[in-house]
Write a protein that binds this ligand. Structure first.
Ligand code: BQZ
Length: 696
C-alpha cells in the first residue's frame, strides 16, 4: 500500500496533479463524534466544604486501647490529648457514608512502582500507588473536591487551616495548624515550610518530586514566615486564588526539615546534592511523616509495611484519633497485578485504569459473592502523543533529533501526524464497547471547562496526511519506504523518530505500538523507547525524547489543578516544552497565545471570563494540534467489600487520585468484618532510622 502511496505522492510532485486534487487530499477539520453514552458511572453526593470537616478542640480524645496500655501507660508516649494540635481537624460524621468508625485491620495495596528512597521533596518517588499520598500532607487538599458543590469549589484547608488576602490582593497570609507534630514527635512549624520553599523549590539544584518550581506559584512570588505558625505569600497578580490548588498534593507537601537539613549542602558544605537526594534509601525505616501511616518494614521487590502515626493530627467527631486502619501494605508487583489481586480479594484496592483489564475485572466482580465492588467514574483517564517543541537545546538533541524538533514545530507536519491516527481502531485495540471516546487532544469531553464548539478535530485521513508530507518535501528518496529529510537537513537521512512510553503500563505500551504501526503507512519510522517508570521522570524532565505517549495529568481533567502546566508558563513547567541551554523558551506564536490565556485564567476569579478563556485555550490547542489526543475512557475504583466510608461516585482521578479522594484516614472495617492481616499488630513506629516498629 505504502509503496503505491509514495509513488502516488512522488507522481503528484513529478506530474503536477491539479491543485484541486491536492486540495481534496489536504487536511481539514471534521465533525467530532460525541463520546458513547456510558451509564455506569456513579454520582457523588455534592456537599459544602464545612459539611466535611472543621478545626476545633474537643472535650476528650481517644485512641486504640493497646496504644494506651502498651505505650501511654508505660510512659513511652504522651497521652493522646498532648499528641494532638490545639485544634485538630475534626471530620463530620454526617459526611461519612458509614459514620463513626472502629479501629483495626489493614488496607492491602499492590503497586507497580518501586521506592527510590524517602526524600520526596528532594526528588525521590516512593513507588506511587498512594504510598506518598498516605505519608505526605500538604498546605491545602483537593482530592475530595469531586464531592464539593460547584458554587463552593475551592481548595480545602489542610496544614494551612485558614488564610486571608490583603486589601490590595497581593498578599495571602496563611495560618498553620498549631501544635501538630511529625510522627517522631518533632514539632511541625514554619521552619518545615520555609525549608521546603527556600532550600528545595527555589534551589535550582533540587527537583522536587511532582515538579514544583518557583513558577508553579507564579513568577516573582515570594514566601516568608511571620512566626512559628504563620506564613505570608506575596504575588504579582491580584488575588490569584488559583495558586491555592498548587499548594495541594504534589507541589507543596513539606518534608521533615529536622531530618533533611542534616544532609542538605546549604548546611553541610561537604555533602553533594546527589548525596542529599539519596540520603535516606528505602531501607531507612520510620521516616517521619505528617500523614496517617509511617513506613516500618521494607523488603525489596516484595513489600512496604506502614503502621499508624501516633501523632496524626485528625480525629472524628467523637474525638477518636485517626486513622482507623492500623496498617497499610504496599505489595511491590505490577500495576496490572493490582487489578487482578483486587478483584480476587488478595488485594484491597485498585484504580482500574488500564482498559485492557476491564473485561476480566468486570466479569470477576459481577458475581454477587465477589470480594470487591467496582464503581466507574467519569472519563478522566486519557492519553496523548506529545511533541518535543524545543529547538534551542533542551535535551541536547543531535542533528537527527534537532531535525525532528523542527518538524514538530511545523503545523502541517502535526496535522499530518494526527490525521494518520485512526482513533476508533486505537480505542478498540484496547477494549471494545462504550468505554473509549474519540479524543482529539486538549480538555476532555465531559469535564467542567470543556466546550465542543471550541474543539477542532482532524478526522482520520491517511491520504491527506501523505499528501501533506509530500507537500512539505519529505519524500522517500531512497525507496525504502521511509521518507527522508530534505538533502540539506540531517544529511537527508530517513526520518526516524524516538517515541518514549512507560513500560510499567500495558496501555502505554499498546498505544505506543499502535502509533508505530499507524505512522508506517505515512512513511515515518518510529523507534519505540519503552522505559520503566523510574526512568520516565528523568528522561521526560530532561527533554530526552522526540515524541512521548503520555497519560494526561490533572490539569487536563480539572483545569484548576496544576493549571500552570496547561502551557509553558515557566522554564520548567510544561511536559513537552522546557527551556533550552540558554534558559529561554523558544515559544511558537500560538504557544505564546496559550501561555497568555493560561496566565489570564490564573489572574482572574471571574467565572464567566474563565469559561471564555478556556474556550480560547481549547481552540488554540486543538486547531494547532499541540498534542495528538489518542483516547479517553472512564476508570473504575475497585475496593474490597469489607471497607466502610467509601464516598459515592469517587473518581479514580480528577483533582487527585482515589487514594486521596476517598479520605483513607476515615475508611474503616466494621468489627465483624475485620480480618487478621496485620503483620505487626499492636506496634507503633520506632525512632527515625531504627529497625522496624516497636511493641511497647
Ligand atoms: C495512582 C497513582 C497514585 C504519577 C502514578 C504513576 C507515576 C506518575 C502517577 C495510579 C500511579 C497509579 O500513577 O497508576 O493509579 O495509584 O499512582 O499516585 O503513573 O508514573 O509519575 O504522576 O500518579
Amino acid at each position: 500500500m505504502r509503496r503505491q502511496l509514495v509513488a502516488l505522492g512522488g507522481a503528484s510532485l513529478l506530474f503536477g496533479v491539479s491543485a484541486f486534487a491536492v486540495q481534496a487530499q489536504s487536511i481539514t477539520p471534521g465533525e467530532l463524534p460525541d463520546p458513547p453514552v456510558f451509564e455506569a458511572q456513579g454520582t457523588p453526593t455534592f456537599v459544602g466544604i464545612s459539611d466535611i470537616f472543621e478545626y476545633k478542640a474537643l472535650p476528650e480524645y481517644h485512641e486504640p486501647e493497646w496504644v494506651t496500655t502498651n505505650f501511654v501507660d508505660k510512659g513511652l508516649l504522651p497521652p493522646v490529648g498532648e499528641r494532638l494540635p490545639a485544634e485538630p481537624m475534626v471530620f463530620k460524621a454526617s459526611n461519612a457514608v458509614d459514620g463513626i468508625g472502629v479501629y483495626g485491620d489493614v488496607m492491602r495495596h499492590v503497586i507497580g512502582g518501586r521506592p527510590e528512597g524517602w526524600n520526596y521533596i528532594g526528588g525521590q518517588s516512593q513507588g506511587w500507588g498512594g504510598i506518598d499520598i498516605g505519608m505526605m500532607e500538604c498546605l491545602t487538599r483537593t482530592g475530595p473536591l469531586f464531592e464539593v458543590k460547584a458554587e463552593e469549589l475551592a481548595p480545602l484547608p489542610n496544614l494551612a487551616k485558614s488564610w486571608e488576602w490583603s486589601e490590595d490582593g497581593h498578599e495571602l497570609t496563611m495560618h498553620l495548624i498549631e501544635g501538630a507534630k511529625w510522627s517522631d514527635g518533632d514539632p511541625f512549624d514554619t521552619e518545615d515550610i520555609m525549608f521546603y520553599w527556600e532550600d528545595n523549590v527555589l534551589d535550582p539544584n533540587v527537583s522536587p518530586t511532582n515538579g514544583a518550581t518557583p513558577e508553579t506559584f507564579g513568577e516573582g512570588t515570594t514566601l516568608e514566615a511571620l512566626d512559628e505558625y504563620t506564613i505570608k505569600w506575596t504575588f504579582k497578580d491580584v488575588r490569584p486564588e488559583q495558586y491555592l490548588y498548587q499548594m495541594a498534593y504534589g507541589t507543596f507537601c513539606p518534608g521533615p526539615s529536622h531530618i533533611l537539613k542534616t544532609k542538605h549542602p546549604k548546611y553541610n558544605p561537604d555533602i553533594t546534592y546527589d548525596e542529599y537526594k539519596n540520603g535516606w534509601p528505602a531501607e531507612f525505616m520510620n521516616w517521619p511523616v505528617l500523614g496517617a501511616w509511617v513506613p516500618v518494614e521494607y523488603r525489596a521487590d516484595d513489600i512496604i509495611v506502614l503502621r499508624r502515626n501516633p501523632y496524626y493530627w485528625k480525629v472524628d467527631e467523637n474525638g477518636n484519633q485517626l486513622p482507623y486502619l492500623n496498617e497499610m501494605h504496599y505489595r511491590l508487583s505490577t500495576w496490572a497485578d493490582r487489578d487482578v489481586q483486587a478483584v480476587a480479594g488478595t488485594g484491597d484496592f485498585s484504580n482500574l485504569e488500564q482498559a485492557e483489564s476491564y473485561v476480566e475485572a468486570l466479569k470477576r466482580s459481577a458475581d454477587a459473592n465477589a470480594p470487591a465492588r467496582l464503581a466507574f467514574g467519569a472519563r478522566t483517564i486519557g492519553y496523548a502523543l506529545e511533541f518535543n517543541y524545543s529547538a534551542n537545546g533542551w535535551g541536547e538533541p543531535d542533528e537527527r533529533a534537532q531535525a525532528v524538533r523542527e518538524l514538530n514545530r511545523n503545523l502541517d507536519f502535526r496535522k499530518a501526524v494526527t490525521s494518520a491516527v485512526n482513533r476508533q481502531a486505537l480505542g478498540e485495540s484496547l477494549i471494545r464497547g462504550p468505554f473509549t471516546a474519540i479524543y482529539p487532544g486538549g480538555l476532555y469531553a465531559g469535564t467542567t471547562f470543556y466546550d465542543k464548539a471550541s474543539t477542532v478535530y482532524y478526522p482520520f485521513n491517511l491520504e491527506g496526511a501523505n499528501a501533506t508530507l509530500d507537500t512539505l518535501g519529505l519524500v522517500d528518496t531512497d525507496g525504502n519506504g521511509v521518507r527522508n529529510f530534505p538533502a540539506d537537513t540531517a544529511g537527508g537521512q530517513d526520518i526516524e523518530i524516538t517515541l518514549l512510553a512507560n513500560a510499567d503500563y500495558g496501555t502505554d505500551g499498546n498505544l505506543a505500538e499502535g502509533i508505530v504501526a499507524m505512522m508506517e503507512p505515512l512513511g515515518l519510522r518510529i523507534i519505540l523507547n519503552l522505559q520503566q517508570d523510574v526512568n520516565i521522570g528523568d528522561l521526560s524532565q530532561s527533554g530526552k525524547f522526540d515524541w512521548w505517549v503520555r497519560r494526561q495529568g490533572a490539569e487536563i481533567v480539572s483545569v484548576v489543578q496544576n493549571t500552570v502546566a496547561l502551557a509553558p508558563t515557566g522554564p520548567r513547567v510544561h511536559a513537552s516544552h522546557r527551556a533550552g541551554t540558554d534558559g529561554t523558551l523558544d515559544l511558537l506564536p500560538f504557544e505564546q497565545e496559550m501561555v497568555d490565556t493560561v496566565n489570564a485564567f490564573v489572574g482572574t476569579n471571574d467565572p464567566a471570563e474563565r469559561v471564555e478563556l478556556m474556550k480560547k485555550y481549547q481552540k488554540l490547542f486543538t486547531e494547532n494540534v499541540y498534542a495528538v489526543g489518542l483516547t479517553q475512557y472512564p476508570g473504575a475504583l475497585i475496593i474490597n467489600k469489607r471497607f466502610a466510608n467509601i464516598p459515592l461516585g469517587a473518581p479514580i482521578f480528577m483533582f487527585n487520585w482515589a487514594e486521596d479522594n476517598i479520605i483513607r484516614e476515615r475508611v474503616y472495617v466494621p468489627a465483624d468484618k475485620q480480618q487478621n492481616y496485620e503483620l505487626h499488630p499492636n506496634t507503633l513506629p520506632g525512632a527515625p532510622g531504627s529497625e522496624g516498629p516497636i511493641s511497647g
